[in-house]
Design a protein around this ligand. Structure first.
Ligand code: DLL
Length: 434
């Protein structure tokens, strides 16, 4: 189902014309209203009039998260505060959050983008949607909330946590659509199975995002719940969820190109890479009045596929995010993404999907310990089998990563579960040796 069919299926030529028009407006807005950008433009000798084609995008400076931090809270605002109607902030981490602001127009476009995502993934006004993202500064909950409500779903603003109550409402209210991080969805599915209530649920679609999810993890959630799980992507600086989402063919996430221009760059050199290359996603939003950003470096690693999609949408598809460039662990010189490890672990029958990656430094050398829960804890009593399983996992990891890791098998239900974004990497390398 389409939300804005004309816009979602417009020809690539029309799309390019629209992008250029909106890019010129965005650049002018940044130049005239945001001293930070005006200064850079002057230093680099660029004027808004220099943007005559989409190719001229390359002339524009890229923006990093540091710019938002340095201009905390609102020095990058391009409108008077009285025009701002909503404020969100980046989730988690330490220090001051990165604040983002929206005018009424920004909220309107944002919610349309999210409605496109949920329609593409199969939601309809008949659905009852439970939102298990935390409501607050995080854009996930209110973002999906607005989009689903705009579509006409019955939205339950449950927020994160309180797993028992989540499941009770899912059962009692006949919830058909679940919104959560994949890690929390997995946990919910496990608890539902333990309680023997899966058969009572009417769940049919999951909209999972805000963190990565390997195909293996997705399959596990789908099997547990008996649903279709779709992936959607976004980040607060770009607006929140709704930057891209999967259609029914699930062959990449359509980026709403009438509102966002995506590029792929080499994260090391910043050079724009040719179509089809894997690299860091850089996005220029084209509609933001309150906080316009030019060529924002997302830090997320993916690739773009411009080939036509069977659904009829003409907007480019981005591959599932492989990880963040700053997620990448460099261990003994080897580049390792947590998602690679997750794929290996989920291919082993005897272990469950909950794991922890612990990085340590011993004698100036980095080591990686992979802790993973056994499905059957009684295996811990059988030394021989345990050893064989540990060696098997170690060998599989070595084949994929080219790296020797320590594997620790632990009892079921001993590794922490997450209600928001999962934190699976524990980096102890800068702590005294242990
Ligand atoms: O996570 C926005 C969002 C909420 C997207 C709900 C989808 C659903 P932030 O908190 O600013 O915003 O975090 C943005 O989360 O740069 C990615 O690294 C990661 N991320 C978001 N969606 C996905 C996804 C929201 N589908 C950061 N797959 C981004 C992988 C994702 N990573």
């Amino acid at each position: 189902m389409f939300w804005q069919k004309e816009l979602e299926t417009m020809s690539r030529d029309q799309l390019a014309d629209l992008q250029l028009k909106k890019l010129k407006e965005t650049v002018a807005r940044c130049y005239h209203n945001v001293p930070y950008y005006q200064k850079i433009f002057k230093e680099q000798g660029i004027l808004p009039e220099d943007i005559r084609s989409l190719d001229d995008l390359k002339k524009l400076p890229m923006t990093k998260k540091a710019a938002l931090r340095e201009n905390y809270p609102f020095k990058l605002l391009a409108c008077p505060m009285r025009d701002v109607v909503r404020i969100h902030g980046s989730s988690g981490t330490t220090g001051k959050p990165t604040m983002v602001a929206y005018t009424r127009h920004d909220l309107d476009i944002w919610s349309d983008c999210v409605t496109r995502v949920v329609c593409a993934g199969g939601a309809t006004p008949d659905d009852v949607a439970q939102i298990a993202f935390g409501y607050g500064l995080f854009t996930g909950a209110l973002g999906l909330h607005q989009g689903l409500e705009k579509l006409g779903c019955a939205v339950i603003p449950m927020s994160a946590g309180n797993t028992e109550k989540q499941l009770m409402l899912m059962q009692d209210l006949g919830v058909t659509v679940l919104i959560a991080t994949p890690s929390y969805a997995l946990y919910l599915s496990e608890v539902a199975a333990q309680k023997g209530i899966i058969g009572n649920l009417k769940l049919r679609i999951g909209f999972f995002g805000a963190e990565g999810c390997t195909p293996e993890m997705r399959q596990k959630i789908e099997e547990n719940f008996g649903i279709i799980a779709t992936d959607n992507y976004g980040m607060s600086e770009l607006t929140g969820p709704g930057v891209s989402g999967e259609c029914e063919y699930r062959c990449g996430l359509h980026v709403w190109e009438d509102h966002f221009i995506p590029e792929i760059i080499d994260p090391e050199t910043g050079e724009v890479l040719p179509a089809g290359s894997t690299g860091e996603l850089v996005v220029t939003p084209l509609f933001k009045e309150a906080l316009p950003l030019l060529r924002y470096r997302t830090g997320d690693i993916t690739r773009l596929d411009y080939s036509p999609c069977a659904c009829g949408r003409t907007h480019v598809r981005m591959e599932k995010v492989q990880g963040r460039s700053d997620d990448m662990m460099i261990i003994k010189g080897v580049n390792v993404f947590p998602s690679q490890i997750e794929s290996v672990l989920l291919g082993v029958d005897q272990v469950g999907p909950h794991y922890l990656l612990i990085l340590r430094r011993k004698n100036f050398l980095d080591t990686l310990e992979v802790q993973i829960e056994l499905i059957d804890g009684s295996l811990l009593e059988d030394f021989r089998q345990l050893q064989a399983l540990r060696n098997d996992i170690r060998a599989r990891l070595k084949t994929v990563l080219g790296l020797d890791c320590a594997v620790t098998l632990v009892n079921p239900n001993t590794i922490e579960r997450f209600q928001g974004k999962a934190k699976r990497v524990v980096d102890l390398r800068n702590q005294p040796e242990q």
